[in-house]
Write a protein that binds this ligand. Structure first.
Ligand code: ADP
Ligand code: ZN
Ligand code: ZN
Length: 861
């Protein structure tokens, strides 16, 4: 590296080579060593991002270690070590704690450290690299000599000459991609142009707006007084006018115009500072009087960083003072005692639906804050956040930050920075918020801990609930996992003493759980001789509920209009061309849509197989139910609540607000309706069918069904009015349905845990699922087989059981064939050992790009 004088950097005692260990966001488990240019030695800090060369690419990596000497064990040649290109952060983005947590996550889930680190940062923050082409002096000379213009080469040169430089992307856009690339290569070869890499500016930046404030040495008397006595501000302003005799800069005293006076008054009434546009409105003036005041040096116009606040314009709810119930008190005090110790402890808060868990979360966070500790609260889905985050804002004010994927990237960036700076000590968010850079963490809450959305299904794989427990452990914090239907694993952990169980067995005010009834749809079928969607029982209940002015929730686990299209002539169903899945008819869009890859096609008139016209739409979806119910119950205001209906931001909140206000009588929707909502006027929950969930080829399908039914039933009768639940099913004797019907968690647990034990499933064994996917079936299969052999070989002591290679339950998806290998072991350590060993050995013989390994998978699709 040459320094600015073009001389070799001075050698001093401290300028010996040093090295930095970099984690890269690549599917590689190891870190990489780079040399530090001497100019950066004192500036770099662990946790900072750096730009490094990697092969012929440039990548953003994360500095995870610094050292003055190379680890001899690494056996790398000093000379082979490349230098980092650029230090991207002066202040490290990643804290020690997050580095460590990400490291654990990467190790446990066999993913890349750098991948986890990348996922822990708000998306917009990751820098890219662009190639910049600039013209050289020789190039300019060449251009001036060119007489026959208008070859691509001369046009590119002309463009570069005019602009000085341009990105390769821009050149490709202007001159066509292959042409631009070719010409640039040629120009570089002839010395007419240079190409270099530049890190792309972060595409999300702090938002800056023009603002106005009194010049720092101007303190209008009115302003000073108005701060001390806000109530008197108006009078004082009027009396004082604005004479700045005392201050030197502003020069001569002058009389303010009316408009100028209004500006000064408005500014004085705030804390002396306001956004430019806001001031225009509030003072009812144009820009020129403000500019005049600025020229007179009364005010100054400056650029202010404005935080994008997802809760900026929300109306804050009133927070009623609640007296805790005895059970709530007992649970809370156990948490509070533990908070005092500053030591790790895990609680399972097992409270039935409507038992007041949320109140405990809030009080525990308040307690943590009193102890000067930060709290992190994870929630499964956005559906829970709007209402709840408003409530948190009303209670905790500016201390709250929100992290979820529905925020704009600007908002996310700002919330993240607020947390990083320590300005928010209460964080609520979905899955990835588990990596929020909170310092001094005292409490982590995982609400609805059983929810499968805590699991990230793509690289880097992790389960935020489990990472949360580990984070609490590292931080010496208290973790509270809450649910009415805990996952089998967590309840097992409570039973075995790993977690301490806190119970809320009753609903608030001893409201009864909703009374549930099962309707056997086989009987209904016998009676009317065809598949019915709506039983008389449910239909009558809906009418009764409406007659009483109360509300209904209808659950159906299927979007769209009808489940599939069947040819009655040849029996063919219409499949997605990329997936092993039938297409769903969406009436409003008038399309057949794949729910996995979003492939769409027009509805055919004739069977693609036999060309008959006897196409039937089978199995109903939410859209069709909404349709049928609207016709059947014309007096009811019915609204759909599923992913199709609420795809746009804000739509869900609008529907829920209308529902809350009583403008909607019935919501028809998918499992999104089962989660967390608290509407006291809902007295009926109808379940059209959950038989599809039950039929999934997954060891967790009974657990899922039980959870879904119990949760949705928990939406009924939460207010003063008692509730009713009606479950329609073709499998009334199934134990998941039976226990959900009586909301008997322990009954379900006791039966399910025996099944898990007998058939060797978690929590009794450790499970890993390897998925091998490729568009070419043979290729996928060969690789899978080689990997299987490596696993067998690694499994020397036979401590693992290896299943497969077999087609995954979803055997084709998005055009790829999917093969599965399952590994079970009674010993987690042996499972890891076998996997590590096999994957290491298979590196050379297996195409690892098509392999993904999931530890503790939550479903096996
Ligand atoms: P859960 O999360 O356990 O399903 P919630 O926390 O939503 O239950 O509480 C159910 C309802 O009871 C809410 O409307 C809540 O405001 C109310 N509630 C909670 N605790 C109390 C209390 N101590 N006294 C009165 N109402 C309460
Ligand atoms: Zn046909
Ligand atoms: Zn598809």
């Amino acid at each position: 590296m040459l320094n600015n004088a073009g001389q070799k950097p001075r050698l001093s005692a401290g300028s010996k080579d040093s090295f930095v260990e970099i984690a890269l966001p690549l599917p590689l488990r190891q870190t990489f060593t780079y040399r530090l240019p001497s100019g950066l030695r004192d500036d770099i800090k662990i946790g900072a991002r750096v730009l490094v060369p990697f092969g012929n690419r440039r990548l953003t990596g994360y500095a995870v270690g610094l050292s003055d000497e190379l680890d001899p064990a690494l056996e790398i040649e000093q000379e082979a070590i490349k230098e980092i290109i650029e230090l991207l952060d002066e202040e490290p983005l990643l804290t020690e704690e997050i580095l460590q947590l990400a490291r654990w996550t990467a190790d446990y889930y066999l993913s890349a450290w750098g991948d986890v680190l990348k996922a822990s940062l708000p998306a917009g923050i990751n820098t890219g690299v662009e190639q910049i082409v600039s013209i050289t002096d020789a190039g300019r000379e060449e251009l001036s000599k060119t007489t026959v213009a208008k070859t691509v080469k001369s046009r590119v040169l002309g463009f570069l000459n005019a602009e000085g430089e341009a990105s390769l992307k821009k050149l490709s856009k202007n001159f066509g991609s292959p042409a631009a690339q070719r010409v640039v290569r040629e120009l570089v070869k002839n010395g007419f142009a240079d190409v270099f890499n530049r890190s792309l500016a972060v595409h999300v930046k702090p938002k800056r707006l023009k603002a106005v404030r009194f010049l720092h040495n101007v303190t209008p008397p009115s302003w000073r007084q108005s701060r001390e006595h806000p109530a008197r501000a108006e009078n004082d302003n009027a009396a004082a006018g604005c004479r700045h005799d005392s201050q030197q800069d502003a020069g001569a005293t002058f009389k303010l115009t009316e408009a100028q006076q209004r500006i000064v008054d408005v500014l004085a009434r705030t804390n002396g500072e306001m956004l430019f546009t806001e001031l225009l409105g509030k003072a009812d003036v144009g820009a020129s009087p403000i500019n005049t005041l600025a020229k007179r040096r009364i005010v100054e116009i400056f650029v202010k960083e404005v935080k994008r606040d997802p809760l900026a314009d929300v109306e804050l709810p009133e927070i009623p003072e609640l007296k805790l119930t005895e059970e709530q008190k007992t649970a809370l005090s156990a948490i509070e005692i533990s908070l005092k110790t500053n030591e790790y402890q895990a609680f399972l808060l097992h409270g039935i639906t409507g038992s007041g868990k949320t109140e405990i979360y809030i009080r525990a966070m308040q307690r943590a804050l009193k102890n000067e500790k930060a709290s992190l609260m994870l929630v499964p889905e956005i559906a829970l956040t709007p209402v709840f985050s408003k409530r948190l804002r009303a209670i905790f004010g500016e201390e709250v930050a929100i992290v979820h994927s529905n925020l704009s990237s600007g908002e996310r960036f700002d919330e993240w920075r607020k947390i990083r700076k320590g300005d928010a000590r209460i964080v609520i968010g979905t899955r990835s918020a588990v990596f929020a850079p909170l310092g001094n963490l005292g409490l982590i809450i995982v609400d609805e801990e059983h929810d499968s959305s805590y699991r990230q299904h793509e690289s880097p794989f992790y389960n935020a609930r489990d990472v949360a427990v580990v984070r609490a452990n590292y931080a010496g914090a208290v973790v509270v996992l809450g649910s009415a239907t805990p996952s089998l694993e967590s309840f097992y952990n409570a039973k075995s003493g790993k977690y301490s169980e806190l119970k809320l067995p009753f609903r608030i005010a001893n409201r009864p759980l909703a009374k549930a009834e099962i309707v056997d749809m086989r009987e209904v079928f016998k009676k009317i001789g065809k598949d019915a969607i709506l039983s008389n029982e449910l239909a009558e209940a809906i009418e009764e509920t409406h007659a009483k002015g109360e509300q209904t929730i209808i659950l159906l686990n299927r979007r769209g209009f009808s489940q599939f299209v069947l040819c009655r002539n040849c029996g063919e169903t219409i499949h997605c061309k990329n997936c092993d899945i039938t297409l769903t008819f969406h009436k409003r869009a008038n399309k057949l849509i794949c729910h996995y890859c979003n492939y769409r096609e027009n509805v055919p008139k004739f069977c693609p197989q036999c060309e008959s016209e006897y196409l039937y739409f089978m199995g109903e979806g939410t859209e069709q139910i909404e349709n049928i119910f609207t016709r059947r119950f014309p007096d009811l205001e019915i609204e759909r609540f599923d992913r199709d209906r609420i795809s746009r931001r804000g739509e869900m909140e609008k529907i829920l607000e209308r529902f809350s206000a009583g403008d909607i009588d019935m919501l028809v929707g998918t499992q999104m309706l089962a989660k967390g909502h608290d509407y006291p006027n809902v007295t009926l929950v109808g379940v059209i069918s959950v038989d599809t969930t039950l039929g999934l080829p997954d060891f967790r399908s009974a657990e899922r069904t039980f959870q879904l039914l119990t949760q949705v039933a928990g939406r009924a009768g939460r207010g003063r009015l008692p509730g009713r639940v009606i479950i329609q099913t073709y499998y009334p004797e199934n134990y998941a349905i039976r226990y959900a019907n009586t909301q008997d968690y322990e009954g379900f647990y006791n039966e399910e845990i025996v099944f898990r034990k007998n058939f060797g499933f978690p929590p009794f064994i450790a499970l890993a699922a390897i998925l091998i996917k490729h568009t070419n079936y043979e290729y996928a299969f060969e690789n899978a087989q080689t990997l299987k052999n490596a696993l067998n070989k690694a499994n020397k002591e036979n401590m693992c059981r290896i299943f497969g290679v077999a087609p995954a339950p979803l055997s084709r998806l998005k055009g790829e064939y999917r093969l599965q290998i399952l590994i079970k072991s009674g010993s987690r350590a042996k499972l890891r050992e076998t996997l590590d060993f096999a994957l290491y050995n298979a590196q050379k013989s297996v195409d690892m790009r098509i392999v993904s390994v999931e530890i503790d998978p939550v479903n096996l699709l």
